[in-house]
Design a protein around this ligand. Structure first.
Ligand code: ATP
Ligand code: MG
Length: 563
């Protein structure tokens, strides 16, 4: 393969796109790999398509190696299937919905558990046909609320989704293990730095699940990691054991109301009263399947909405809106307290019976002190919902946890029988009786992996691809003069004949300086330049990552690159 830049559909940009915040977004656009079509919807241009295809190829090879069978299902799917499992409601606005000309409801597939379950029900009748692993590499659609960060979070994106079908729990455990190993190999080959962490299952349902996270500042996930015992989990999945209730807090404090004008936040309140935030009780109003509920946590803590949603799944959890408050004048925004509250009250276990708090007085500008749990208010349900902080105790060994940002690049689930139950997916068992099938589902963000790689490998000068995913093996630069072009052409031919993928900067009238800057931006691992010493047959080899350079005769350079 030889890509000639004189003919390549490629425009590199000197400046970052105005709306870009993350490195991958900036560089993939500047290097002409992708181009924005609409919010969260991207076109892949020639170089980008090559990287995307390389990622797909590696994924495909490793999925085939564990016996996965590749299929391609539609993206346009009947909504009824997602109604049958309740996921249409769970996904809510995330789901792209449409109707055909007859008025039948469709969705654009966000992930395909339902459709694969139906396919297997239609195709498989006996335990003898199982286990089976099916996968596809396909475009998915999710109407993400914040489609920022370029292809890291698209509304249309490429996913590898795989599904395993077994008759026994042991079979499912084995399919899960196979995928976990395949994923390790895939991400190793891609050259990604990754961690495997415990995860929550979210809208997918089911029990055991782990995420593959690529540590990166641009990541939207946070994971906790224990330096002492190696425990690692998405912060949404970190569970605390309830702290013991205080042994004896002394005589019960007297409940008193305080005048605290202009203190709608914990910070303003704590400053006004001169108390630590941990002495106050923060009450967050949410709706759970539409029902207003207050959630109480110590004032120095935050509510992790992901954790809350996970506890209450499949119920839909959302922050209370201005309209919700408008409909309930008794709920005073910024001054809510659990005492005498006319709605459900959930709380963190730290809000234990007998503990006393400073909290809202349910009157504008007023708070109450000495509000005692069990005496002045009751908790309808205790839930572990606080956001994890650095230094919080590791649930396994108690040492202080570290927190890091990361990009979720893969997610594997032991679904169990949730989807098989919804569609009554049974096969004939060994004893002639029907057995319910058990399933796993396994996703990789293929387009996201390209961005994650860019995040982890780019430097100040541009992209810097690992060899297996790079759009070419060698970037050949002809500095401009006749002798240089001649030598470069020789190099290109020889590399091509040896099966190397070559990106050839043969653009006439472009200065060597511009060619170098572009080469560094594009990020092909090796640069071969026919420059100053071309008349003697000497070229320069440069390692894009380390910057190390060496001048050597063309034959020696070719031997190095094709050996
Ligand atoms: P996130 O928490 O980032 O929204 P998710 O947990 O909803 O992702 P899954 O349903 O687990 O995603 O999908 C499997 C994989 O697909 C994810 O691990 C991720 O790599 C990828 N993915 C999910 N949403 C997007 C998106 N909007 N753009 C690109 N890739 C995505
Ligand atoms: Mg996930």
């Amino acid at each position: 393969m030889v890509l000639r830049m004189s003919r390549l559909l490629l425009t590199t940009l000197r400046d970052d796109p105005a709306d870009a915040e993350t490195t991958s977004h900036k560089l993939l656009v500047r290097a002409g790999y992708v181009r924005r079509s609409s919010a969260g919807v991207w076109s892949w241009l020639p170089l980008g398509k090559r990287v995307l295809d390389n990622v797909s190829r590696i994924v495909r090879e490793e999925m085939d190696a564990i016996g996965g069978q590749e299929v391609l299902l539609p993206a346009l799917l009947p909504r009824a299937a997602y109604e049958a499992t309740g996921r249409a409601a769970e996904y809510g606005d995330l789901l792209f919905r449409l109707k055909d000309r007859k008025g039948t409801d469709y969705v654009l597939g966000p992930t395909h558990e339902e459709i694969f379950t139906q396919l297997v029900k239609d195709q498989v009748t006996s335990y003898k046909d199982l286990p089976v692993i099916l996968y596809q590499i396909q475009t998915k659609y999710r109407d993400e609320a914040r489609p920022r960060s370029g292809v890291l979070r698209g509304r249309e994106f490429l996913m590898k989704d795989a599904y395993s079908f077994d008759t026994t729990d042991e079979g499912l455990a084995e399919a899960y293990r196979l995928h976990r190993e395949a994923y390790r190999r895939i991400f190793q080959r891609l050259g990604l730095d990754f961690r495997i962490v415990s995860a929550v299952s979210g809208a997918m349902g089911g029990s055991a699940s782990e995420e593959f996270l690529a540590p990166a500042a641009a990541g939207e996930d946070t994971f906790a990691d224990c330096p002492a015992c190696g425990y690692a989990a998405n912060t949404e999945a970190v569970t605390f054991t309830a702290p013991a209730a205080p042994a004896d807090a002394g005589p019960d404090p007297v409940l008193q109301e305080l005048d605290t004008p202009g203190t709608p936040t914990i910070e303003t309140l704590a400053a006004h009263l001169g108390v630590p935030a941990s002495a106050t009780l923060k009450n967050l109003l949410v709706t759970i399947d539409g029902e207003l509920t207050a959630v109480g946590v110590p004032g120095d803590r935050d509510v992790d909405l992901g954790k809350l949603a996970e506890h209450l799944a499949p119920a839909v959890v959302a922050l209370a809106t201005a309209e919700d408050f408008a409909a309930r004048p008794d709920l005073v925004r910024g001054y809510v307290g659990p005492q005498g509250l006319g709605i459900r009250y959930f709380a963190d276990p730290r809000v234990a019976p007998g503990t006393g708090w400073i909290t809202g007085a349910n009157k504008p500008g007023r708070h109450a002190a000495g509000v005692v749990c069990g005496r002045d208010f009751t908790v309808d349900r205790y839930l572990d919902v606080v956001t994890v902080r650095p230094g919080d105790p590791c649930p396994r060994c108690g040492a202080g946890l570290r927190l890091d940002r990361a990009i979720e690049i893969g997610h594997i689930f032991q679904l169990g029988r949730k989807y098989a139950d919804a569609f009554r997916l049974d096969v004939l068992g060994r004893d002639g009786k029907p057995v319910r099938v058990t399933m796993g589902s396994y996703g990789i963000g293929v387009s996201r992996a390209v961005a994650a790689l860019a995040e982890q490998t780019a430097d100040a000068r541009g992209l810097c691809w690992p060899a297996e995913v790079a759009p070419a093996d060698v970037h050949v630069i002809a500095a401009g003069k006749a002798a240089q072009t001649e030598l470069a052409a020789l190099a290109v031919d020889a590399l091509h004949t040896a099966g190397r993928r070559v990106l050839y900067d043969d653009r006439p009238g472009v200065s060597p300086g511009v060619k170098f800057t572009d080469a560094e931006l594009l990020g092909v691992p090796v640069l071969l330049t026919a420059g100053r010493r071309a008349p003697e047959g000497v070229v320069e080899l440069r390692d894009r990552r380390t910057g190390a350079r060496e001048e050597l005769p063309l034959a020696a350079a070719l031997a190095r690159l094709t050996g």
